[in-house]
Design a protein around this ligand. Sequence first.
Ligand code: A2P
Length: 319
Amino acid sequence: DIKTILFDNGDKMPMLGLGTWKSAPGEVYNAVLWALEAGYRHIDCAAVYQNEKEIGSALHTAFKKGLVKREEIFITSKLWNNAHEEHRVKTGLAQTLKDLQLDYLDLYLIHWPVSVKSNVLFPKKKEDYFSYEEVPLSATWRGMEKLKQEGLTRHIGVSNFNIANLKTIMADCNIKPEMNQIEVHPFLPQDDLLAFCLDNGIYITAYSPLGSSDRPANRKRADEPKLMENPVIREIATKHGVSPAQVLIAWSLNRDTAVIPKSANKDRIKQNLEAANLRLDDTDMRQIGDIDGSYRFIDGVFFTGIEGAPYKPGDLWEE
Ligand code: A2P
């Protein structure tokens, strides 16, 4: 049985979902169908992953085959940084709905607290950006609130928001963010941010739970540590007769965060879902908590590392 998050209006979100970042066109169609066949009922998407059309075809097939009904699955997507102006927010969602062949989302998130001009995908020079003065986070949030009021998405939230950015929105909103999707794993447990969100009724989804080693080489440090090769994780996996990936997924579920491991492989998709049945004990959790070495895989340097960029690492992260 997969644990669920219960929203204020009674909607439920399965805590274990399929990640689709880095699932290439040509493979994500099968990945989504394999996941639904295996029993996943939560798929995490984003416009910038550039595979929503193919996910839409998979969903269309799944509905047609009677594999699942729309209301039985939970679909998340994310507003890209180039549609943060209040009047553009709806066009971002409209394109995603069209690509996914859906008439509503379950959850729509602001992907990053970083805003770029509408003709830019990833910024390359300082002119590509809008600053917080030009496009305040609260203006984007007003656009998000409207989408929820119009019924185009059942829930709204954010991603990659630190405490300061959450406070900025919460100081000036009608609907509070319901979710913050952030990088969380044993090398980056995010205890302070989790505690803040818990206190404020904001749920957490953990991304890159397995260390995202398949991300593009230009976003990777050659010497980065590997979560699935960590000796503590491996020892606990051996003890329970499971894989390191399953230990990592169970760790997130045990902390009551949603978690979205990505796989495009049929066996690993099934294996990851089975992690919902793994119970880690207090000793396991303590040993994982004691792993030393802190590491952030997704450092946002593709936004903050550009000369003259209006955003600094401190605008993104706590540390
Ligand atoms: P693949 O898609 O071939 O299964 P993250 O979710 O942290 O972004 O990590 C995704 C990476 O982890 C991908 O390279 C994915 O490869 C790999 N992966 C997913 N599930 C497993 C698993 N159960 N065992 C080993 N590697 C996995």
